[in-house]
Design a protein around this ligand. Structure first.
Ligand SMILES: *Cc1c(COP(=O)(O)O)cnc(C)c1O
Length: 386
């Protein structure tokens, strides 16, 4: 019997990826103490995770989740509008809204789902969605699937954004940017973008997956840091907050609309209440343990001081340190040598990043020690001059 066309198509596309040196495979790790990562018999210091504040393995947070399990059980047992939304969820939502200065917070199981939810619910045929070209795949995917017209502007190019908004004034428009760009670690010019949106009556949505917890007073993120209040703010809990899940911060109208029209919200099981309970502790830690952010600032300054003269190193104000190599094979080779010396870094290749910008994505964490960062920097200096 002839094989189904889907299979041959999939194999062809996988073959192309492989030939381009871009094939991804699933690997299996263990995490040990001291921010280390293990695979079978090998182990490295992990410079690739998004656990910027070092909360993921903190005993205080682990204890809170265990306590939550004891109080609430393992699962939420239903979607939020049926019976899955419990007092723990409400306490978390209220805390988030208070902390970040919004009327409401709506909880989602992931940032990917939250982004899809907002874009799919809000935008209709004839509307316009304008995004930064480097926005996360979850935002791009939502835009591509949306019946609205999507336009993209070159990364952080506010002149081009203004130009796009100058035309079609009458079309309802949403502008979406990240607060901190995940693969570049740079910030969005939020003050300018906010101003441009106000002038052109466009709604502003900010995805602050990598800014929340890290930037601003009490870790309130990129928007607080820039003193900008967008119409819609998406924060995620899988990065600096050390857990997983997400929230959409918004006003009453958007909140009411989403709980009525967002299929991602209505038809998905609510996050376990134990998780919501633990997230409250995580937020408390983010707010009150400023030493974690101070440690990151110190590591970051040291990193740039020691590596400032290497053109591959991009200076950033965040714990995300891209080292732009360009060629995917060379990037893999450098990552391999780093690994051989005990350092695990992310090797990021197209299509995650634009062609010719394959890079190491090094991330710093408050759970690193000064000695670990020092050792990484010393090794990088060797490899980048080679
Ligand atoms: C990680 C990330 C997401 C997705 O969040 P998850 O909770 O991991 O699904 C969305 N946006 C950006 C910018 C991200 O970096």
């Amino acid at each position: 019997m002839k094989e189904h066309a889907f299979y041959s198509r999939m194999r062809d596309k996988l073959g192309i990826r492989e030939a381009q040196n871009l094939l991804r495979t699933q690997r299996i790790f263990e995490r040990k103490d001291g921010h280390s990562l293990c695979e079978q018999t090998e182990s490295w210091i992990d410079f690739s995770s998004n656990d910027y504040l070092g909360l993921a393995k903190d005993p205080e947070l682990i204890n809170a989740w265990q306590q939550g399990l004891t109080i609430y059980g393992a699962g939420s047992q239903a979607s939020p509008l049926v019976t899955g939304y419990l007092t723990a969820h409400q306490a978390l939502a209220e805390e988030l809204a208070d902390w970040l200065g919004f009327d409401h917070a709506l909880l989602f199981n992931s940032g990917f789902a939250a982004n899809q939810a907002v874009i799919h619910a809000l935008l209709e045929k004839g509307d316009r969605l304008i995004q930064d070209k480097l926005n996360h795949a979850s935002l791009m995917e939502a835009g591509i699937l949306s019946p609205a017209t999507m336009q993209r502007f070159p990364h952080n190019d506010t002149a081009r954004l203004t130009q796009l908004l100058d035309s079609h004034h009458d079309v309802p428009t949403v502008v979406v940017t990240e607060g901190v760009f995940s693969m570049d670690g740079d910030l969005s010019p939020l003050v300018d973008i906010h101003q441009i949106c106000l002038q052109n009556k466009a709604l502003l949505m900010v995805d602050d997956a990598h800014g929340i917890g890290v930037l601003g007073e009490e870790g309130r993120g990129s928007c607080a840091n820039a003193q900008v209040k967008p119409d819609i703010l998406v924060v995620t809990f899988g990065k600096a907050v050390g857990m997983m899940g997400a929230a959409v911060l918004c006003n009453r109208t958007v909140h009411d609309y989403l709980i009525n029209f967002s299929k991602h919200y209505v038809y998905s099981t609510a996050m376990p209440p134990a998780q919501a309970y633990a997230l409250l502790t995580a937020l408390h830690m983010v707010k009150t343990q400023a030493w974690r952010r101070e440690k990151l600032t110190e590591f970051s300054a040291f990193f740039h001081e020691m590596l400032g003269d290497y053109p591959q190193i991009i200076n950033t104000e965040t714990p995300i340190k891209p080292v732009i190599i360009g060629d995917p094979a060379e990037t893999m080779q450098i990552a391999k040598t780093l690994k051989a010396n005990g350092f695990f870094t992310g090797a990021i290749r197209p299509p995650t990043v634009p062609p010719k910008t394959a890079r190491l994505r090094i991330t710093l964490s408050a759970s690193h020690s000064k000695g670990q960062v020092d050792a990484l920097v010393t090794q990088l200096r060797k490899e980048l001059s080679a």
